[in-house]
Design a protein around this ligand. Structure first.
Ligand code: HEC
Length: 116
């Protein structure tokens, strides 16, 4: 009985752990550097829902430095941060599906308009 109890406690803990992880920065080299410089002002989720190349992430950093009060980051640290971001949050391919070719479309239930 005790075993069953502790097993279900384990599962509850696992499920909770997964929910808490959503939107969090991925564990990888330089994560702590990224956390230290990128999460004092806004949530990690704002970062994880964005995508870009190294140049695009660097441009975003410049924009925050110019307009949002982000501090100067030493260039070797900045390079590590940008590399982490471009590796874990690279540009995403267009996720919209291609249109279905007309010959594979189901027949239209509506009668064609007059003249067709
Ligand atoms: C000094 C505060 C500050 C720090 C530190 C900071 N940011 Fe920001 N960032 C902002 C503000 C302010 C915004 C605009 C938020 C909004 O529009 O709600 C923003 C917006 C963003 C956005 C969203 C841009 C968009 O187009 O919507 C991303 C992604 C981002 N920051 C990533 C980062 C990364 C990566 C770092 C670390 C290098 C970082 N931020 C560090 C202040 C900061």
């Amino acid at each position: 009985m005790m075993q069953i109890f502790s097993l279900s406690f384990c599962f509850a803990f696992l499920a909770f752990g997964q929910v808490a992880e959503e939107g969090q920065l991925k564990t990888d080299e330089h994560l702590m550097l990224v956390r230290a410089n990128c999460t004092p002002c806004h949530s990690e989720k704002l970062i994880t829902q964005n995508r870009g190349t190294e140049d695009e992430w660097r441009a975003l950093i410049r924009w925050m430095q110019k307009t949002q009060g982000l501090w100067q980051i030493p260039s070797d640290s900045e390079q590590k941060i940008v590399a982490y971001l471009a590796k874990n949050y690279p540009p995403s391919p267009n996720r919209r599906r291609k249109p279905i070719p007309p010959d594979q479309m189901p027949p239209s239930p509506a009668p064609p308009p007059d003249g067709l």
